[in-house]
Design a protein. Structure first.
Length: 114
C-alpha cells in the first residue's frame, strides 16, 4: 500500500494498519474493523469493512496517504492516534463513499482482501 500502510489479518480479524511491517508490534490500527475489500493508489487507500455484529451495515473508508503524520516521541498515545486519523474519512455509508470517491477523483474499485 505504501507510506507505511499495510493490510493485516490473523484469521479472526483483518484491518489496515500504519507502521513498520517488519515490526508489526509497533503498528497502529487505522481501520480496526473486519476489512473485506480494499485497493489503493499512490495517494489513497479505499476499504470496505463488514460488521462483526449481526444486523449492522457495511462501512467504507478512504485514507489520504499524503496527509503528513507527525511521528515523534513528543506525542502521547492519544495525540498520536489523532495524528494518524487526520487522513482518514470514515466510517461512511456506500452513497457517501461513492460521492467522496468521485469528488476526490479516485478511479479504482474495491478488490477482495482474500
Amino acid at each position: 500500500m505504501g507510506a507505511n500502510y499495510w493490510f493485516w489479518e490473523d484469521g479472526n480479524k483483518s484491518q489496515i494498519v500504519y507502521g513498520d511491517k517488519k515490526s508489526p508490534q509497533g503498528s497502529i490500527s487505522i481501520i480496526d474493523a473486519n476489512v473485506s475489500q480494499y485497493n489503493f493508489t499512490d495517494k489513497y487507500i479505499i476499504a470496505k469493512s463488514n460488521p462483526l455484529k449481526k444486523n449492522s451495515i457495511d462501512t467504507y473508508w478512504i485514507i489520504d496517504k499524503e496527509v503528513k503524520i507527525k511521528n515523534d516521541n513528543s506525542l502521547n498515545s492519544e495525540l498520536y492516534d489523532l495524528e494518524l486519523k487526520k487522513g482518514l474519512k470514515g466510517p461512511l455509508d456506500k452513497d457517501s463513499f461513492e460521492y467522496l470517491k468521485q469528488k476526490l477523483q479516485i478511479n479504482i474499485e474495491l478488490k477482495s482482501a482474500f
